[in-house]
Design a protein around this ligand. Structure first.
Ligand code: BG6
Length: 442
């Protein structure tokens, strides 16, 4: 069903997010007829633009450009929108620095944006537990929770959405998804890139706030939560929260790449971490004896996000008499290419009883050639439909901050060389994820 009679407002409309992500995504949705002509896009901000000037700052189809307008400041914005037509929904995207969220919500509320309005905000949702609670309190004094959409773009990744399908529609794996069979869970999200042009933001955040508090804890929750009673957003959120409440951090190690302090916007004395390794525990009946390891960082030797589920060893008899047999693994390849690899032992043909590693692969892009929406296209469509499934709730963000509360900015920093992965300090026997990087390529 195409979206009708919707006004999409972008605050901070002359910024990067509007130019790089939002307007291009809306252009695609419009060209695919997912958004009707009865919808409009209104940019707003402090800078003065005419509609024509504003339209010309984007590379979009001429037809879509005609649906785009600009209004300077919030004052009079509601009347401006009403002068363009009758809209059943108004979706307001905060393409703004997070420090502006609270006052923007208040200003919009005072301008009369209330019922029939949704607001969309990007991470970071707070800086720690206390500030997250304060932000939630402010936002909820203007809008109720069902009007607020908090983006975690990882949830919109196809390979992330596939985790629940893999778990809850394959009885093959369901019985073994617990501590009895699984030795460890390993989440690896590394990037070759340094902090690029985002020094000021990154230096005040660090990789734990930037990646673990949101994206990686969400991955962990989807991978290990109990089955929801339905696929409703609320039922899924309940299970994610229940899981996150049981997690504790056993160890946390912070690292910084050499030369980080010389990056633009970074304090020359900075002790912000650019890479972190953690060992966590899930204190529930299903997972209590399976450690979870998380490793994420910038400026390492490759870019890739994977989740590895490592099964226990077979007994040291028969083919594993010498204890050398590699363990089964399920590798969820989140990116750059999406897929699932099941790593199994097979007989090397023609040998006495040599064992090979063999990979059973599902590579998403080999199996599907249709249109696969990019994360922002998917998220925008869901906001316009009012579907919260791929968005995080206030309770989820608070429980994640709570989990990290004692370790943020704590502990000494170890330096590592740009372009290399530092040796880990937890007792993890890390899966060699590089080994799977040439499976499923596009
Ligand atoms: C963002 C972080 O949320 O996610 C960035 O702020 C990080 O630092 C990015 O690079 C990773 O996203 P993706 O989709 O490239 O894995």
């Amino acid at each position: 069903m195409a979206i009708k009679r919707c006004a999409i407002v972008i605050t901070g409309a002359s910024g990067d997010l509007a130019h790089k992500k939002l307007i291009p995504a809306l252009d695609v949705l419009y060209s695919r007829n997912e958004i009707c002509d009865s919808c409009i896009v209104v940019g707003t901000g402090r800078k003065p633009f005419t509609d024509e000037e504003f339209r010309r700052s984007f590379h979009v189809s001429e037809k879509f450009a005609q649906r785009i307008y600009y209004h300077q400041f919030f004052s009079g914005l509601k009347d401006f929108i009403e002068s363009k037509g009758e809209f059943s929904r108004i979706v307001i995207f905060f393409a703004l620095p997070p420090v502006a969220y609270e006052t923007t919500a208040r200003n919009l509320y005072e301008e009369g944006f209330r019922n029939g309005v949704s607001i969309v905000i990007e991470k970071p949702f707070g800086y720690d537990l206390q500030s997250a609670k304060k932000l939630d309190k402010e936002l909820s004094s203007c809008f109720n929770e069902s009007q607020i959409f908090r983006i975690d773009h990882y949830l919109a990744k196809e390979a992330v959405q596939n985790i629940m399908v893999f778990r809850f529609s394959n009885p093959l794996f369901y019985p073994v998804w617990n501590s009895r069979f699984i030795e460890s869970i390993q989440i690896n999200a590394v990037e070759q890139a340094t902090i690029t042009q985002r020094g000021a933001y990154f230096d005040s955040a660090g990789i734990i706030r930037d990646m673990i508090q949101n994206h990686l804890l969400q991955l962990l929750a989807l991978l290990t939560m109990e089955a929801p009673v339905s696929l409703n957003a609320e039922d899924i959120r309940i299970q994610k929260i229940n899981l996150l409440k049981t997690v504790s951090i056993e160890e946390c190690f912070r690292y910084q790449y050499e030369g980080y302090k010389l990056e633009n916007g970074v304090d020359s004395d900075s002790d912000t971490e650019t890479l972190a390794e953690m060992k966590l525990k899930i204190n529930n009946f299903r997972w209590a004896t399976t450690p979870v390891y998380i490793r994420t960082g910038k400026a390492v030797h490759r870019t890739g996000t994977e989740i590895g589920v490592k099964f226990k060893e077979v007994p040291k008899i028969l083919y594993n008499e010498k204890g050398k047999l590699d363990q089964n693994k399920v590798i969820f390849k989140i990116q750059p290419a999406e897929g699932i690899v099941v790593d199994i032992s097979t007989r090397a043909p023609g040998t006495e009883s040599e064992i090979n590693r063999s990979f059973m692969n599902y590579c998403m892009r080999d199996n599907y050639s249709g249109f696969i929406p990019e994360a922002y296209q998917r998220l925008l469509m869901d906001v316009l439909k009012g579907d919260h499934t791929l968005f995080v709730s206030a309770a989820e963000t608070e429980v994640s901050w709570q989990l990290l509360d004692n370790i943020l900015d704590k502990g000494e920093l170890t330096l590592y060389k740009k372009g290399s992965l530092p040796a880990g300090k937890t007792d993890a026997s890390w899966i060699d994820f590089d080994k799977y990087s040439n499976l499923c390529m596009y």
